[in-house]
Design a binder for this molecule. Sequence first.
Ligand code: MN3
Length: 219
Amino acid sequence: MTFQLPPLPFAKDSLDPHMSAETLEYHYGKHHKAYVDKTNELVAEEPELSGASLNQVIRAAKKADNKKLLNNSAQLWNHSFFWQCLAPAEGQRPEGKLLKLIEDGFGSAETMIEKFTAEAVGHFGSGWAWLVLDRGSLKITSLHDADTPIAHDGMAPLFTLDVWEHAYYIDYRNARPKFAGAVLENIVNWDFVASNLDGKGADTANQENAGVRQPETIA
Ligand code: MN3
């Protein structure tokens, strides 16, 4: 088993009209899959990464300044996390401990959503907007291109939004604000976001990779 394209946690047509099945065909079926394939190809060239988990690969690639491997493995991780952040629209809103932290940090869920949307819309170029847990409080930030909380100490991921154009061009053309607003208002899996308050969000998109532990690479 090499790194896998994880199954989507919802049916491809179940986020429509906020995110169409066609977007998922491309974004998950083509873009995310390409990052999986490329990561496997690049990991196979690095015998010392034999048996390393995805999170270990990301950190090792950053340390070694292997940009190609870092970009692809980080994108594999980011998308695996992103899909878990989404769920069919059922009027869901943050609740319980998560809502309390949101109110403490931002005043209200509406204000947090507005600020997150502004961060996502204002992010220049490709990247990801993040809600993270920072020393017990919530923080909104964004990272460029493939960059991921896994490559940074002390960033416990709670929620992310992909703001690469491929995330919204089919459904919204160039209108990133409409895309961000539609996702945040309708299809966030707040239960998943709340479950990451344990500080272990980094583990939720990790995966083991026994596949590169091939006979010829074991000394
Ligand atoms: Mn993407």
